[in-house]
Design a protein around this ligand. Structure first.
Ligand code: B12
Length: 212
């Protein structure tokens, strides 16, 4: 890993927000690409934080401050991801499922989709199945994006799809799921139309789903 990326990664891991922001700004000034900064420093930082948490070297407060440092960096980088000047490709309604508050990955996916020309309706985190179904019925998006980061909340994706069926709107929308614990196999099991491994894959899949 480049030394400057390693430096940013360590700042985010230690949760130092102001130093992380300064490091991101410096990388942008030096001509680094927003996507590379995310994939090369910020996501690896979150991975390390997750590993430390698992090994009981980090606890909730450390998870929280590192997450906030990541979010602060994302605020600077998101507009750069969405800066593309492309024609509209369709609408994606996106949210994190019930019981789950993780939204960093969802926000990156949203920004990348926006950059690729999709209109994004982000309905936030901890979204109950009924709310997803109501929003799909009211806003008629082309794609519904569901995010989950906990093995315990993955089930809410299945519940959401069931609720869409119950309300008779399942077939009006393509469903794309994603998040660290997800797999293609799980996506197939619950009857989703696509699984996106990361933000770049999400863009690829969304384009396939709307046929562009
Ligand atoms: C930051 C963080 C938090 C922050 C979240 C801040 C925020 N605003 O999101 C806070 C501190 C709030 C938090 C809380 C908790 N967390 Co947490 N958290 C993390 C951490 C360190 C990073 C997550 C992250 O942002 N990753 C970076 C992003 C870019 O990656 P991503 O989310 O995977 O997203 C990418 C892909 O998955 C995909 N994607 C994501 N969404 C979507 C959607 C679609 C449609 C598509 C196509 C693709 C897609 O594209 C994204 C971009 O490439 C992870 C560890 C890890 N490495 O994941 C633990 C982790 C997810 N957390 C964990 C846990 C246990 C918790 C808590 C239960 C802790 C507790 N005991 O309270 C709570 C749960 C709170 C809740 N109800 O949701 C565990 C989950 C274990 C499990 N298997 O279920 C993890 C894995 C840590 C660990 N190793 O144990 N957490």
């Amino acid at each position: 890993m480049k030394e400057s990326f390693e430096d940013l990664k360590n700042k985010v891991i230690s949760g130092n927000q102001s130093e992380s922001i300064a490091a991101v700004k410096k990388l942008i000034e030096e001509g680094e690409n927003a996507k590379e900064i995310i994939d090369g420093a910020l996501v690896p930082a979150m991975d390390t934080v997750g590993e430390k948490f698992q090994k009981n070297e980090f606890f909730i407060p450390e998870l929280l401050v590192a997450g906030r440092a990541m979010e602060a960096c994302m605020k600077i980088l998101q507009p750069l991801l969405s800066a593309g000047d492309v024609k509209p490709r369709g609408t994606v309604l996106i949210g994190t499922v019930k019981g789950d508050l993780h939204d960093i990955g969802k926000n990156i996916v949203s920004a990348m989709l926006k950059g690729a020309g999709f209109e994004i309706i982000d309905i936030g985190t901890d979204v109950p199945p009924a709310k997803f179904a109501d929003e799909v019925a009211a806003r008629k998006p082309d794609v519904l994006g569901l995010s989950a980061l906990l093995t315990t909340t993955m089930r809410a994706m299945k519940d959401t799809i069931e609720e869409l069926k119950r309300k008779g709107v399942r077939d009006s929308v393509k469903i794309m799921v994603g998040g660290a614990p997800l797999t293609q196999q799980y996506a197939d099991e619950i009857g989703a139309d696509a699984y996106g491994r990361d933000a770049a894959d999400a863009v690829k899949r969304a384009k396939e789903l709307v046929g562009v």
